[in-house]
Design a protein. Structure first.
Length: 96
């Protein structure tokens, strides 16, 4: 197993209208995005090429929205802003 390209811990992950975890983890590793609970259980994951992420105009600076396997998740807390930058770079980077 390789080192994750990106990890943000202590993030809140919501699937409207309810909260799934208040201290979860977002991890990008081996070309996949994974959303994890505070216990390390997987909420959802998908290849980076299929994930859409952005920040709505009305969102706070520490919030992002990611669509994973057709499900929209609101990610907020430390690291969510950096997550958007990492996703944009990872998706645009060619894979070997």
């Amino acid at each position: 197993m390789s080192e994750p390209e990106f990890t943000a811990t202590g993030v809140r992950i919501d699937r409207w209208p309810r909260s799934l975890t208040r201290a979860g983890e977002v991890r990008i590793e081996d070309g996949r995005l994974a959303l994890l609970t505070s216990y390390g259980s997987e909420i959802d994951s998908a290849p980076l090429g299929t994930v859409r992420a952005g920040r709505p105009w009305f969102a706070k600076p520490d919030e992002a929205v990611a669509t994973v396997n057709g499900t929209r998740y609101k990610i907020s807390g430390s690291g969510s802003g950096r997550l958007l930058d990492v996703l944009r770079k990872a998706v645009s980077r060619p894979r070997p």
